[in-house]
Design a protein around this ligand. Structure first.
Ligand code: BGC
Length: 764
């Protein structure tokens, strides 16, 4: 598998720069640094120069013009933190810039196997000095506080003094755009200066967030070398709320000078032993090559379980690899953090965590690296008390309601119809806990944390819904489709509530049988009477069905509305949310994203194949896919229904969404949910994987242009390799105990390898 993503020229127009700042960012789940040029751009070129810390937040006011009871009036925002990227290189007295002199050649590389990015420039200065410049950057997975810039210059036709001016700035602010509701709307400077300390050549900058009173301390130091030893003269001085280091050396003709800039980020959420200074010393004692090899070793373990090989479409294989790499860059690896909608690559959605995690990204981790999934669930467990408070605020007497968007657990959604009203987040989180349990069999974690989440979410459904003519109904909620708000009996929501309630009952039984129910039962004072009530509501759950169209209507009123005319809508009008008032959209049958179609994937046992096929075709005509969470789901369901051409087309849009900037806003950050969705479209879509209480199921059907597709998953104590070709699939048990696998509805014992022929042409 080729793990090099490369652009062999570096475009310097504003759009390309902004997009590549995102695409080539470095992150490790703790810190993320956008790929801005160290030396900056000329005045007049817009940039989103940023570095972010996962889960680090400040509070900001939500300006509600009419602040009704219970409206969120404060949100959390991920601040842009200290800027350690600045380095200007002087060849003699000529500063290097890609906007002056002549760029003879230039290349940008992301090495996903070794875990670094690189910018290479062959440059001729205005006065004729010719140099090769190679700048590598790494955010270490093994030493998560470290961001390293490794900057080397080769003098091709000159010798003499070379100076680097390297900056460490605490005076930073966030990006904003008043015209885009997906971004912060106004100017925001969160960090207040605390102190700057210079110790020898190192600088330490500390700041505090203005309202949440969290602190950040960054430490920076340098080593200049022309081989093994440190050389040159380094002088570091305070500059405002920051520091500048002058590093002076000499280069021989054809000689190389390399500057290592070590940058340590620490914050008060996760104090580390000895803090920034000690960590700086620790990383500087290691040779850079040791840091690089540790990074590569970490990633080789990751790829060993996660990689997907596609023969027949190498471009697509690389796009898939890119998406998976971004997931490991984005996932929080400590209990404070989760995965933001844009990872750590930009400021879109302000660093918030959504249902994106549970439905779109966690499945990848659950099935390749379950420890990360466990951590993501632990994060939700950590904010369960906030979710309980949120439920009370919304008038619910029992249970917990998870916030629609959040960092530290409180609701950040200012527009409640397309935010707080999305109660399905409870069902999504419950689904992810069940999926983790089914994939891993980790019952002790369910007893410790998982079941409590599922029980509390189930309690909420009982409080939200009510019986009417014998059916349990859920009124006044919003489903996944944000162009249809505040409806009664959204099909997806009701199906997810039903699943949640059923599994609350199952977990009670399973934990009781294993004799480990008592802890959680006592903790939340859960009674058998409540379990009966869960069971009754689940069985009486109303799932809308239309006899005439033979589909599941998205909600009670959906089919009574006029249909949006997609065919005659000009291209420039998409995404519709930027051109129409929400109320206008709400009155149409028009979907921003998969809603009922998503339910047909996740809760597929609730309907017949015929209903799902009818629904798919119906909703396809009125879905804009204005949300990036949509095409991957359409691909999965198209695969299931045997629409193979559609499955490939939707998959392609999903796999290349950021690389090709298909939604036009990659500058604001990657679309992490879609990236997980790409993986799902292969594993759940083309391979037809499902894991249920009754076992593990496959129904492979590869796109016609692919020769082979190989991937691995973890299932309970085993690792299974699936190798799909058009005609057959070979399953191999790589480790663990034998398993029964069901392929196209037939059971096989997997203890070595099993080969299963594909039925032709569709498996629906
Ligand atoms: C989608 C939501 C999603 C959010 C963050 C919105 O555009 O409609 O479903 O959770 O983006 O990715």
């Amino acid at each position: 598998m080729n793990l090099i993503y490369e652009l062999d020229n570096i475009k310097t127009d504003e759009q390309s720069l902004l997009i590549n700042e995102t695409l080539f960012h470095n992150a490790n789940g703790y810190i993320g640094v956008r790929s801005n040029f160290e030396e900056g751009y000329p005045d007049g070129i817009d940039t989103i120069r940023g570095a972010y810390i996962n889960a680090f937040y400040d509070f900001r006011e939500i300006k509600q013009a009419e602040a009704f009871y219970g409206f969120a009036v404060e949100k959390q925002t991920m601040p842009n933190v200290h800027d350690v990227q600045g380095i200007t290189l002087y060849l003699g007295d000529e500063p290097f810039s890609m906007f002056t002199g002549i760029v003879v050649a230039a290349k940008r590389t992301l090495n996903m196997g070794a875990g670094y990015t690189e910018r290479y420039i062959h440059w001729l200065s205005p006065r004729g000095k010719e140099a090769e410049i190679r700048i590598r950057r790494l955010t270490s997975f093994v030493r998560p506080h470290l961001f390293l810039i490794d900057y080397s210059v080769t003098a091709l036709n000159f010798e003499g003094p070379v100076t680097f001016v390297s900056t460490h700035r605490g005076d930073v602010e966030n990006y904003f755009n008043p015209a885009d509701p997906r971004l912060s709307q106004e100017h925001f400077r969160s960090l207040l200066p605390l102190e700057v300390v210079i110790e020898g050549t190192a600088s330490f900058v500390s700041s505090a967030t203005s309202k949440s009173r969290l602190t950040i301390r960054t430490a920076v130091d340098h080593i200049l070398t022309d081989g093994d030893d440190g050389i040159g003269v380094i002088t570091t001085v305070q500059e405002g709320h920051g520091a500048a280091s002058h590093i002076e050396g000499r280069v021989k003709k054809k000689g190389i000078l390399t500057l290592y800039k070590y940058c340590i980020f620490t914050d008060s959420l996760r104090p580390i032993p000895g803090a920034a200074a000690a960590e700086l010393r620790r990383v500087m004692e290691e040779k850079p090559c040791a840091l690089y090899s540790a990074q590569e070793e970490y990633l080789s373990k990751f790829w060993e379980g996660a990689c997907i090989e596609i023969e027949g479409d190498k471009q697509l294989e690389k796009a898939v690899a890119y998406n998976l790499f971004e997931l490991i860059q984005s996932v929080g690896k400590d209990p404070y953090s989760n995965i933001a909608a844009k990872g750590l690559s930009g400021e879109g959605y302000e660093g918030h965590y959504f249902w994106d995690t549970e439905i779109y990204m966690e499945p990848f981790f659950t099935l390749t690296n379950p420890a990360f999934a466990k951590n993501l669930i632990s994060y939700r467990y950590g904010i369960l008390d906030e979710a309980r408070k949120n439920a009370r605020l919304l008038g619910h007497h029992r249970g917990a309601l998870f916030p629609w968007r959040t960092i530290m657990g409180r609701e950040c959604s200012g527009y409640f119809p397309a935010g707080t009203a999305q109660y399905h987040i409870n069902g999504d989180i419950a689904w992810s806990v069940v999926s983790y349990y089914l994939a891993t069999g980790d019952l002790s974690f369910i007893a410790e944390k998982g079941a409590e989440i599922v029980f509390e979410c189930a309690r909420l459904w009982l409080d939200v819904g009510n019986y009417y003519r014998g059916k349990f109904r859920i009124n006044e909620v919003t489903g996944p489709d944000e162009y249809t708000c505040l409806v009664n009996n959204n099909y997806y929501t009701n199906a997810s509530a039903q699943y949640n309630l059923r599994w609350a009952v199952r977990f009670w039984e399973i934990l009781n049988d294993a004799d480990i129910l008592e802890g959680v039962r006592k903790r939340i004072d859960l009674s058998p009477g409540e379990i009966d009530a869960f069971s009754q509501a689940a069985e009486a759950m109303y799932l809308p069905y239309d006899e005439e169209l033979k589909i599941n209507p998205q909600d009670d009123s959906f089919l009574t509305k006029k249909k949006w005319d997609m065919f005659h809508t000009p291209k420039e009008e998409f995404p519709l949310l930027l051109h129409h008032h929400p109320l206008y959209l709400n009155r149409y049958q028009v979907c921003k994203q998969a809603d009922t179609v998503l339910a047909h994937f996740i809760f597929e046992d609730a309907q017949s194949l015929e209903t799902m096929r009818n629904s798919f075709l119906y909703y396809e005509e009125i879905t804009t896919h204005d949300s990036s969470l949509s095409t991957c789901i359409y691909s999965i369901v198209a695969s299931k229904l045997g629409f193979r051409e559609k499955a490939s087309r939707y998959f392609g849009d999903s796999a290349k969404l950021d690389i090709l900037n298909l939604h036009g806003n990659t500058k604001d950050g990657i679309h992490t949910a879609n990236m997980g969705g790409t993986w799902m479209a292969i594993v759940y879509g083309f391979a037809g994987l499902r894991i249920k209480e009754s076992g593990i199921y496959f129904a492979p059907a590869l796109p016609e242009s692919w020769k082979t597709c190989r991937f691995k998953i973890r299932y309970q104590d085993s690792q299974i390799l699936a190798e799909l070709t058009g005609r057959r699939t070979v399953f191999t048990l790589l480790s663990g105990t034998p398993k029964i696998i069901n392929v196209y509805g037939k059971g096989y014992e997997l203890s070595g390898s099993v080969t299963v022929q594909s039925p032709n042409p569709s498996r629906a």
